[in-house]
Design a protein around this ligand. Structure first.
Ligand SMILES: N[C@@H](CCC(=O)N[C@@H](CS)C(=O)NCC(=O)O)C(=O)O
Length: 130
């Protein structure tokens, strides 16, 4: 079982590398503002998880720079995820809200939808521009 998982993981990483999506190129000032905003987010993940790859590819397409914490490599990140989110499941997006609240979002589709609606809609980009 471990061998199958390892082979599948390697294949997932290979195809992700071979067919990596193009990144959106923004005006540097707009990108700086976006980076500031995404600075309140952290993605708990591990490299060969297909659902994490899905989120990372969406981030790459939209040039969203988000801190990534690998729970297989870091015991501290693992503990944070379990204590904060309640489950050792990845991907999980930690969202630090402006009012000091923290949300832990599981489910890759929900994370991609959240990132798209919060950071990648035309009005958001043009509001940042003005
Ligand atoms: N439906 C979830 C599936 C996530 C999932 O199954 N993640 C696996 C790693 S690839 C995991 O963390 N499994 C541990 C568990 O379910 O407790 C999503 O789309 O994010």
């Amino acid at each position: 079982m471990a061998i199958i998982r390892s082979v599948l993981g390697t294949l997932i990483l290979f195809f992700d590398w071979a067919f990596t999506p193009k990144s959106l190129v923004r005006d540097p000032e707009l990108q700086r503002i976006m980076d500031q905003r995404t600075g309140t987010l952290s993605l708990y993940e591990y490299a060969a998880c297909p659902f994490c790859v899905k989120v990372r590819r969406a981030m790459k397409r939209k040039s969203l720079v988000i801190r990534r914490l690998d729970i297989k490599r870091s015991q501290t990140s693992r503990n944070e995820l379990l204590a904060g989110g309640g489950k050792l499941k990845v991907p999980c997006l930690k969202i630090e809200e402006e009012d000091g609240g923290v949300r832990w979002m599981y489910e890759s589709s929900d994370i991609v939808d959240y990132l798209t609606s919060r950071f990648c809609t035309e009005p958001v980009e043009s509001a940042l521009n003005s």
